[in-house]
Design a protein around this ligand. Structure first.
Ligand code: C2E
Ligand code: MG
Ligand code: MG
Ligand code: MG
Length: 292
């Protein structure tokens, strides 16, 4: 008991900041070895075609199974990985693992999988001098691997050197890769900037989707993004679809694709495997009610 009180007392005098910085230093050190220790995982979230509810692809989202701290989510470690210069390694690992997972599923099912694989790509990666070369190294000579890959980029990559970023994207585009502008609406750029980039799809940030029904300006924002993206020949993916009302509104706007908890959370590979094999996805009944 005395020991317990002593500890509690000691804790009281420990500044919270000190604890936070200790934890951070620990995460930095552990992150250096996370990939080689096989602690990274990929969760797969379905991307759905809104016209008919078909599974169109999936987004690969990284997780870190920390031996003592448990399952960690990207908001805890991505910014640290960026700051210590390890994000490229993490992103390439996710790309590699996602492509391998597709090939494992294909081997098990004995047929080709015609779905897209979206992978997040930090703005830091793209500014690495050998970025395109490294991506090519992972994708290899098989055109199908390049063609199924979509790299999700963010507006922040345009801040430093937009010309160089555009050149890198054009280079990889020639190999068959596709690009998607993630979290659209939260950054600084406009759709006219996207016009100049070989971006195939625009992902509207979930903050706007989720406020659509309470906030007229959020609704107008989504509507405008969809309209303008269409005039530029880009498809739209709506993020954060959580309710049938979101789905109905986005379908009516002509938004092509959607992602969100209404269809599925990011799933472990074995759970996603069931969905990949299914003839009719679990969310199909929603389309019956939407039509009715
Ligand atoms: P993101 O790329 O915008 O990914 C979507 C995030 O929204 C995911 O969070 C997903 O779980 C969450 N989400 C999806 N549908 C819903 C919904 O209906 N409601 C709500 N509330 N959330 C939803 P997650 O997996 O925690 O990832 C957070 C962010 O971390 C990602 O945002 C992405 O920016 C980054 N990230 C994830 N994996 C990677 C990676 O491998 N590399 C890099 N560089 N960043 C990654
Ligand atoms: Mg993303
Ligand atoms: Mg996003
Ligand atoms: Mg986001």
């Amino acid at each position: 008991d005395a020991k317990k009180n002593g500890r509690a007392g000691w804790r009281l005098f420990t500044p919270a900041l000190r604890e936070a910085s200790d934890r951070r230093r620990r995460l930095e050190a552990d992150l250096e070895r996370a990939a080689e220790r096989n602690e990274l995982r990929v969760a797969y979230q379905p991307i759905v075609r809104l016209s008919d509810g078909a599974l169109s692809g999936m987004e690969a989202l990284v997780r870190w199974q920390h031996p003592e701290l448990g399952l960690l989510y990207p908001d805890v470690f991505i910014s640290i990985a960026e700051e210590i210069g390890r994000i490229g390694e993490v992103d390439r690992w996710v790309m590699q693992e996602g492509l391998r997972q597709f090939e494992r599923w294909e081997a098990e099912m004995g047929r080709e999988i015609d779905l897209t694989l979206s992978v997040n790509c930090s703005a830091r990666d793209l500014h690495e001098p050998r970025f395109a070369e490294r991506v090519r190294g992972i994708v290899g000579a098989e055109p199908r691997r390049a063609e199924r890959l979509t790299l999700e980029i963010t507006e922040s990559l345009l801040v430093d050197d937009p010309q160089r970023a555009a050149a890198v994207l054009h280079e990889l585009r020639r190999d068959g890769l596709r690009f998607s502008m993630d979290d659209f609406g939260t950054g600084y750029s406009s759709l006219s900037v996207i016009h100049a980039l070989p971006v195939d799809t625009v992902k509207v940030d979930r903050a706007f989707v989720q406020r659509m029904h309470e906030d007229a300006s959020a609704l107008a924002m989504v509507n405008n993004v969809v309209g303008f993206a269409h005039t530029l020949g880009k498809d739209i993916v709506a993020e954060g679809i959580e309710t049938p009302e979101h789905l109905v509104a986005l379908r009516e706007m002509g938004c092509e694709y959607g992602q969100g908890y209404l269809f599925g959370k990011p799933l472990a590979p074995d759970v996603m495997s069931t969905l990949v094999r299914a003839d009719v996805p679990s969310w199909a009944p929603l389309w019956e009610s939407v039509r009715a």
